[in-house]
Design a protein around this ligand. Structure first.
Ligand SMILES: NCc1[nH]cc(CCC(=O)O)c1CC(=O)O
Length: 369
């Protein structure tokens, strides 16, 4: 589907056939629509809602998921995707931790959210993982939805036959820029070497395949690969105890102006409750531990049909030698209860020694710059 760049103003409309709308109405929690139902229609005079997105293929795919879900619930409105690059997209040669936890994926799009000009947008679709736990005061998360497989995956260079982390030679070169991923791998595979790799998914995969770069494998998010139809690159799905994923990984987060009740009322129809409860608890856990600095926190969450939420969490020292690990299971019915569960789990993790590990990480960060 064509997409409008923030500097242009050609509208893109999504129309969805009646069969799809029927499916959406009959299964009121499911909002996934195959791409083939998405088409461009001629202009109409009805109200247009504008969704902001970063420019990458993954970001646009995610914005389309939200636009199509909204179109399914509100067929009389037009939905248009507006793209804009962010600092994180433009500064691809630096590892992300060198930005000091700033909102590298959100600020430029937030400017469009407050703008009243022709470029203005009504909402921003993010990978929830990239949304800071504390948003600027004038914005809020209007919805969390569509958590796909949240796990990290191993992608081995295609000319190598290794099928799992355990099969990799001890001195393999792992491409990742994530402290969370590095620390967890060092703990269980102390011989691995690490090399920073930045850029969008396609760029990273191209670097992996270039022998000059010397990577054996990458660690990436399953959801990102699957959403851009590169799921066939996955060598192994990772899980506890090898690798816990990032807070919010695999889910979408939609940011809006705090006072925008109209857009909120649209999003209330498509938000996903199990995703909202799990990710609210995960984000509350992270917010409690952060104190202004980003933390390399791993989580693994499941939520039962009866809303029993179980979260395992870990924080590992950067060298992989120290670990604080904790797990909590509790029935949660509301977002407030999920918030409290996250706070309680943070206290539990601190009592397992997370405080000392975090202090060391923050001390090292200060001395790096
Ligand atoms: N940090 C970048 C980023 N932000 C969201 C995703 C993938 C999609 C997701 O995790 O929801 C990725 C790539 C990755 O971590 O491999």
């Amino acid at each position: 589907m064509p997409v409008v760049q923030a500097s242009q103003t050609q509208p893109v409309k999504i129309s969805i056939n009646l069969f799809t709308i029927f499916i959406l109405i009959t299964c009121n929690t499911s909002v996934r629509i195959p791409d083939c139902y998405c088409a461009i229609s001629d202009t109409t005079m009805s109200k247009t809602i504008r969704l902001g997105s970063r420019t990458s293929k993954l970001a646009v795919a995610q914005a389309e998921i939200v636009a199509e879900a909204l179109k399914g619930c509100f067929p009389d409105y037009n939905f248009e995707i507006v793209t804009k690059a962010t600092l994180g997209d433009n500064m691809q040669d630096k590892p992300l931790y060198s930005f000091g936890g700033k909102s590298v994926w959100t600020s430029e799009l937030e400017e469009l959210l407050v703008s009243t000009g022709p470029q203005s947008i009504d909402m921003i679709v993010h990978s929830l993982k990239d949304v800071p736990t504390n948003l600027p005061n004038e914005f809020k998360l209007g919805a969390m939805l569509n958590r796909a497989d949240p796990r990290d995956v191993l992608v081995v260079r295609s000319d190598l036959a290794y099928k799992s982390l355990a099969e990799l030679p001890p001195d393999s070169v792992v491409g990742t820029s994530s402290v969370r991923r590095m620390a967890q791998l060092r703990r269980r595979y102390p011989g691995f070497k690490f090399k920073v790799v930045r850029g969008n998914m396609n760029t990273r995969l191209a670097k992996l395949e270039d022998p000059e770069q010397g990577y054996t494998c990458l660690i990436l998010a399953a959801a990102g690969l699957v959403r851009i139809d590169l799921g066939d690159k996955i060598t192994q799905y990772l899980s506890s105890p090898d690798m816990l994923y990032a807070v919010g990984q695999g889910a979408l987060g939609v940011e809006i102006n705090k006072n925008d009740e109209f857009t909120q009322s649209l999003l209330d129809k498509i938000k996903d409750m199990p995703t909202t409860l799990s990710c609210t608890a995960e984000r509350s856990l992270m917010r409690t531990l952060e104190g202004g600095c980003s933390v390399p926190l791993g989580v693994e969450s499941t939520i039962s049909p009866e809303n029993v939420l179980t979260i395992e969490t870990c924080i590992i020292s950067v060298d992989g030698t120290e670990a604080a690990i904790s797990k909590l299971s509790r029935k949660v019915q509301t977002e407030d209860e999920a918030e409290s569960m996250g706070k309680d789990l943070a206290q539990q993790l601190l009592s397992q020694g997370a405080g000392a590990i975090l202090e060391k990480i923050n001390y090292d960060k200060l001395n790096e710059h």
